[in-house]
Design a protein around this ligand. Structure first.
Ligand SMILES: [Zn+2]
Ligand SMILES: [Zn+2]
Ligand SMILES: [Zn+2]
Ligand SMILES: [Zn+2]
Ligand SMILES: [Zn+2]
Length: 242
């Protein structure tokens, strides 16, 4: 009756999840799973909400997949009581010895000791049961934690044994001092280079000034020479006039 292609994308609960095989009435005709968020169409057929909405979106005639009567999307009603009854059905999660109600599944999965979870320490690829996490953390080579004395050092199992807050802080202090000394030495070298450049520039300026003075003197001498010759010329010309 139902399009087999629909089942892969739609929403019912896997029948295998339930301890007792659920009633036929609780099965969604579209996905063949146990009804999730059940809704009733005007023809009284019941489906998962997601399943019927997807069905109506995909088929042009907007008809019920069971009886082919027209289905109006605005006349679909949520069945809260049925939803609650389904929530009370007992389920069994693979690997977990507990039985629980379907409605408890989400909360339980957050803390289930038998759920397979990845090791939370960065870089570790181990997958383990939540129950075994503490035991694993005791020897996980990616385990790391800040020193509980508050010295700020992040410790691994390898470094934790020989860690000593005082020695560590002393170590860091010395490293910082070495670093500062290196910076000071570099600055001093830079300053010396600048000083020698400045001295060189001073010498150059001195030389330029000296050569300018020499040129001034030469010019002055030249002007004096010119003044003398032109002066004597005018004198002689005025002298020659009657
Ligand atoms: Zn369904
Ligand atoms: Zn119908
Ligand atoms: Zn569990
Ligand atoms: Zn690990
Ligand atoms: Zn420490």
């Amino acid at each position: 009756m139902a399009d087999p292609d629909m089942s892969s994308q739609s929403g019912g609960y896997d029948v295998e999840l339930f301890i007792e095989t659920p009633d036929y009435d609780l099965i969604c005709t579209i996905c063949q799973g146990v009804l999730r968020c059940p809704v009733r169409a005007a023809c009284h057929h019941i489906f998962c909400k997601k399943c019927i909405l997807q069905w109506l979106k995909r088929c042009r005639q907007q008809t019920c997949p069971c009886c082919r009567k027209p289905v109006n999307q605005s006349l679909i009603f949520a069945m809260f009581k049925l939803s609650k009854a389904i929530g009370r059905l007992k389920i069994k999660i693979r690997g977990c010895p507990d039985t629980l109600a379907l409605s408890e599944q989400y909360c339980h999965s957050m803390s289930c000791l038998f759920e397979l979870i990845p090791c939370p320490y960065q870089g570790c690829r181990a997958q383990l049961l939540r129950r075994d996490l503490d035991a694993h953390a005791r020897h996980c080579e990616h385990w790391s934690q800040p020193c509980h004395m508050g010295c700020g050092t992040v410790l691994s199992h390898r470094t934790q044994a020989q860690h000593n807050c005082y020695r560590q802080l002393r170590h860091e202090y010395e490293a910082r001092q070495r670093n500062h000394r290196a910076i000071a030495a570099a600055l001093q070298r830079k300053m010396r280079r600048m000083q020698s450049t400045m001295a060189h520039m001073k010498r150059q300026i001195g030389l330029i000034c000296e050569s300018l003075e020499v040129m001034d003197e030469l010019e002055e001498e030249e002007e004096e020479d010119l003044g003398e010759t032109s002066g004597s010329g005018s004198f002689s010309s005025s002298n020659s006039s009657p």
